[in-house]
Write a protein that binds this ligand. Structure first.
Ligand SMILES: C[S@@+](CC[C@H](N)C(=O)[O-])C[C@H]1O[C@@H](n2cnc3c(N)ncnc32)[C@H](O)[C@@H]1O
Length: 262
């Protein structure tokens, strides 16, 4: 375990009310008062991080409204890339009262995999964004997420997202698929896996839509474009978006396919 991992584990072992002050104390010791680094961190804590949080919360609430108005949409909240359970906690707050959804976190719990040439960008690196499974579960437990409504699937997607795993989750469908695994190489197996869980009204959110400068030839955008061209029978409509995220509604069969035309 690196010093960074130990510091993180210590932070996660504290009650939530002490974690914020502990972070502040750590920064206070590391960076001199008045330094540009201290000012930057202060801005990140006061402005930038809460804004990103607010964007994600608003997506979750838009989905909750959508699912309530178009009821009943039942099934799983699938999250690919769970890290420190930031989005999982938001999802629980927004959705746990809706139709008994079950929450599933798919993550290596070892951080990012090897970074392939197509996914190279300064912010990504093998092992970054690691939260151990036990720490993830502790964070969820402290937040009040019911253990019997939460499943974790540990491992890299190329190994874990097998037909057997798929069968173990069927026949239930997905109400929401939250894709937050950053990389093109990680998103390809995710989309392949979730295809059989789509139902009319499933919402797919891409948390990193505008990573790689919004380049459609890279990242989640590229994986999505390939998925659409490989599955032309599937129908989607854009749902809500922010500066970083994009989401889509999976539609049911068209009226013509259903033979319900006037
Ligand atoms: C940006 S973090 C997710 C943040 C999380 N949603 C949160 O709000 O705390 C990306 C996560 O994706 C996971 N990940 C990326 N590629 C993966 C892969 N191929 N297999 C398994 N996990 C992967 C990493 O372990 C990391 O935890």
């Amino acid at each position: 375990m690196t010093i960074r991992d130990s510091a993180k584990a210590f932070l996660h072992s504290l009650p939530p009310s002490l974690q914020g002050p502990a972070r502040w104390a750590g920064d206070w010791l590391r960076y001199p008062p008045g330094s540009s680094e201290r000012r930057k961190i202060d801005w990140v804590r006061r402005v930038y991080t809460p804004y990103g949080r607010q964007q994600r919360v608003s997506i979750m609430l838009d989905i909750a409204r959508f699912a309530t108005i178009n009821r009943p949409i039942e099934g799983y909240y699938f999250e690919f890339g769970s890290h420190e359970a930031n989005t999982m906690r938001m999802a629980w707050d927004a959705f746990h009262h809706l139709y008994g959804w079950h929450f599933v976190a798919f993550d290596s719990f070892e951080g990012l995999p090897d970074i392939s040439a197509i996914d190279r960008q300064a912010i990504w690196g093998k092992g970054r964004l690691k939260t151990a499974e036990e720490s993830f579960l502790t964070i969820c437990h402290r937040h009040g997420i019911a253990r019997d409504r939460l499943t974790t699937v540990k491992g890299f997607y190329d190994d874990t997202l097998t037909p057997e795993l798929k069968r173990s989750f069927q026949p239930k469908k997905a109400a929401v698929v939250y894709v937050d695994c950053d990389l093109y190489k990680s998103t390809v197996p995710v989309l392949d896996f979730i295809k059989d869980f789509l139902q009319p009204g499933t919402i797919i959110v891409f948390d990193d839509w505008n990573c790689f400068y919004g380049d459609p030839e890279r990242g989640e955008r590229r994986a999505w474009a390939e998925f659409l061209s490989a599955n032309p029978e599937l129908r989607f409509e854009p749902f809500v978006s922010t500066g970083m995220q994009m989401s889509f509604i999976h539609l049911g069969p068209s009226i013509e396919e259903e033979g319900a035309g006037a």
